[in-house]
Design a protein. Structure first.
Lengths: 358, 358, 358, 358
């Protein structure tokens, strides 16, 4: 009997649970046993396995873990996640491979972000084991995929928060700086700015120093109030390393009237029921991951990709496999700001965003 | 001075308001006057214009309609919509063209579904006027576009409702049939089924008669409870013409225990704050519509399209223009079930959905 | 060691889960073992017990059921519910008492509506067992309590749905009839009407026949559109036995323009995360239920009651115990329309509602 | 013709808009003209009046401001709010009274918090003008009323955020400190703690110094993880003057594993669609305010109060009038921690909360 194991790793993202559920359902249909690994690579090193799907014997119905069955609407990950220092060493990975071998596991699915996929790549390279990755990160900073699991939900949460903030901002004619996650990548900030109708975006990719940041916001706030706006909204990416409290202090010192406030959305954005899109992406990527495993692939990641393969049919984005090595290379380019794709995406969005906040 | 007019028409869709707002912002930046037409083509025939954006003179700030400024988080359409019998006649369209000419309008943007776009096409053909369409329909039944405005929000509303229904279904071990909109097209039902983890989908495209529908649901419900499921969920498209009350009656007569219930989601699904994705699509399509107008295009529709143009860059879906004639042809194919693209999309989704309800 | 059992019964209500959680936490602190009974009285008859809280021995930490710990934000009831014909007979209740005795249970907490509380009263009367009830019903039709668990969440869900419907109604200048639950009691309809700003309410308590219902709605719709309203909203209680489809047909035959639509909210209203108020009420009533049990009380219900006991302090509603017999008597009066309290409440609300839809 | 004016002042609270709408509807029915004052007392000093309701002449339909009609689901206040230094002086208030006299206003309704109500009291005392207050403050720190407008919505927003945070906390086995508003009053923190199932609450009223705060949280976090909890949640009131960043740093220095995080909810909590309860309270208080005005009352506030007046009927909280002087005295007691009522309420809640986090 074939056995697959799955773990969720790194920062949790809404959609990890539906990905687990879909994986379980596909395994059940294919007669594959699915083991869940608790707390990411850390749990793997401890052999914290837990049966998620046991195929029915003699044509009987498969047995599903109780949480797996009902989890598609839950935020977080019911398997738990963790960061593991040990797994970053080859010795740790050897230990993990031994645990997997002992449990009779033929393949491992890793659902996570950059660090987690790098771990998956190393494990696939160093050991005889089929490893498939699923991109999950609210920051959308993973290479080769148009969207990673969690981005859509996070953006819905962010714009709902921005709408709430706009309610109170309009009541008082205030300017608000809203900080969103994305330490290395401004995608979340830029996409949120378009949807929230923000007046400006601050991203690490713009390369502004503190003074330039303050000046940019000051200009935006003055222009907005000058032309009679009831609220001014600036989305700031976490990657711009000026604390919001400092920004607010400096701006209120420059602009009379004590109009400027800030809110750091923080971890609220990680939680919540996964959106339609995240559930659909998660289901689709999980489906493909089992197929990849069945085809004997290893060291690959399933990606939600808009391509034209199949000719005129591809109005829908499709799912494709990419070697993890390529994924990681593109990811590094995203993170150090040299990715042509990401630059192009941000520019394309900036053209729209730049207009919407007028 | 250039003047553009805009109307929303047909069934309203969440995202129409952000489309209007984005249109206004782009016009303001391009120095274009934007007039809003109230109540769709009906209002056009009555000359119900209302200034949405008046560019600032001598470099001054533009003036925006108060509702336009704050509407990106509102459901519905603040301009109002309506169905117009008169506009379906050439005489009515001539009258409309005269109203537009009298108001000094150089181009018209039509935000709506199939009927509305057909009207736009006829107007563009019969009169000297640049007409650009934006696809808006929660049913996703419009040709040439991967997504139309409103689909993503409607799906989020549907799966939230399905999650609520699952709460009560699990408490009582019940089977629920949830009917969603989509008279001619099963996209909404199928996409919802994937995201909600439904056990089965009923769509007009499956061509089942009443007896076959009842038998399909009966089989699904029995199989679900036999293998110990706490809830069984069936998504039914409006296009399957068996009333839910009748379905429930027949199923409870066949399956002992009075377990089956139904809910018709209806108009609740049209409303609500537009999602991130709908706001982004709406903004992007509106942006492109003004560019198309500036380039002198007419009889075209802006579409959210996943293509590979531009080589490896197109990880993001892009926006493209299609002749309205082609859009309407593809739409007819969707509606009569002969569209290869839609069949391919439904099949692709069915492969996933078929597994998720196991 | 003292042992308490708990079951949820009848129609599920949001807030049942936080009630279970609070009960578990209070038991843990008091060193009481808590057993959960699955599927209401039906599970009780089958002896379907499951440990929810096991107090720590020798000062150790108590052990909690995994679902109990995390359930305060879930809709429905993780213990399951059911209707039981057998328990309505004395023989069935004797069997239930035997099951409880065998499991070493000293007291039973019943969380449910009218039927469930009647069952609890009979059990308490016929057998040596402390029985305490908690009122849970989205209809607010239980005597002696100002609010029952689930009402506040249901009302939040209803007005959110009404707001969504208003979005689309305003877009098309339509009149909507929204049917809400409440077979015997119009509280939900009336309270929703105030909060949604409805133009009229239809309740069983008004004693209108079909013709009078149609005429009332017709008058409301005409008056609303005559004075230029963009949407007309009528809330209809399930207890008014005219099907919505029929109402819509008749009204569109009387009022030209095909303006009238209807939506039946149905089971969507039962689900969803419990609101703040329902969690607070549930926690408070559960807290009091354990105290009542510890004091040796039986055949009582804890009620959320606005009283002036304690003098000027009672700005907050407080929790009081009422004999189940009294509760059931007042409930009967609510259901047959003779309750002075309920009439007074509906009248008080009607005075406000009557004005808000003007 | 009688004329009433209304303003919203101080920090905005969800429910201000439905209060304005209800006020307008009651005025329309009573044939009273309603003027809206923009931007609170500041707008009053500038004479920024705007007609909200103009009764119909000769039995005609009243005319309503467009925003007034549709605002019951909006957060914030469409009239705008502001803080006014000038109005705090008697000279400013004389100017305001002159503006009101010039506009032919017979009475003023003030919707706001403590400062706003103090201003209203002074105005009523110093000038010939009927002034009625409506308590609106998300902090629930206003005397004589059980609930003020905005509290229920704010609590729903807070617990939804806590649920989201719990998703990610559980995924990583983390402890979260969530800071909520309430500079002078811990009500919001305490009520949120009950509903969110928090492990501990930090309020100014507890009188802890920084060291005691750190120790209390440390103890809670250690105890929670020791007994195997997946997440520890501490609600901190804004009034506890230890910055969250500092608390996190100190706690992670004391507790190994880098488990502790914090989120400051901030202004997000002020916005959002008002809940059922806030709409109902707002409608009821507005209704009563017009009645009070018609009865010639001045210097009073309408309060949502649980009393036993009317004997056994008062299962529902009722609305009562209190002299503003008494309200302000009780409010001062709340703010300096000497209010017996508030202490009793916090204690009552603490008894419940203390158990729920076990």
């Amino acid at each position: 009997m074939t056995t697959l194991a799955v773990l969720t790793s790194g920062g949790d993202a809404p959609g990890m649970n539906p990905a687990l559920r879909a994986l379980g359902k596909v395994c059940a249909q294919s007669g594959i046993t699915l083991l869940g690994v608790e707390r990411g690579y850390e749990g793997l090193l401890e052999g914290a396995f837990r049966p998620l799907v046991t195929p029915g014997e003699g044509g009987g119905a498969p047995r599903f873990d109780r949480e797996l069955e009902g989890c598609q609407g839950w935020g977080g990950t019911f398997l738990g996640s963790a960061r593991s220092a040990r797994f970053r060493e080859a010795a740790g990975r050897a230990e993990a491979a031994a645990q997997l071998a002992e449990a009779g596991v033929d393949g491992l699915v890793v659902i996570g972000g950059n660090g987690s996929l790098a771990g998956a790549a190393a494990l696939a390279e160093e050991h005889e084991l089929r490893v498939v990755g699923l991109p999950a990160s609210i920051d959308n900073d993973i290479g080769c995929t148009g969207l990673s699991i969690g981005v859509d939900t996070a953006l819905n949460t962010i714009i709902e928060a921005c709408d709430r903030i706009a309610d109170t901002a309009r009541a008082h004619r205030r300017a608000f700086i809203v900080e969103v996650m994305g330490r290395e990548c401004g995608y979340l900030a830029m996409a949120a700015a378009i949807a929230a109708g923000a007046d400006a975006v601050l991203m690490r990719e713009q390369g502004r120093d503190e003074r330039a940041v303050v000046e940019a916001v000051e200009k935006t706030v003055r222009a907005g109030f000058d032309r009679g706006k009831k609220r001014v909204l600036v989305i700031k990416s976490e990657g711009v390393r000026v604390p919001c409290t400092k920004l607010v202090r400096e701006l209120n010192a420059r602009i009379p009237g004590d109009h400027v406030r800030a809110t750091v959305l923080g971890h609220v954005v990680r939680g919540g029921a996964p959106s339609y899109m995240d559930r659909r992406i998660a289901s689709r990527l999980a489906f493909q991951a089992v197929r990849a495993f069945e085809e004997g692939q290893t060291g690959t990641m399933t990606a939600w990709r808009a391509t034209a393969e199949g000719g005129s049919k591809t109005v829908d984005p499709t799912v494709r496999l990419f070697p993890l090595a390529q994924v990681l290379e593109e990811t590094r380019a995203v993170l150090d700001g040299t990715s042509a794709v990401m630059r192009w995406r941000l520019e394309m969005m900036e053209r729209v965003a730049g207009v919407l906040g007028v």
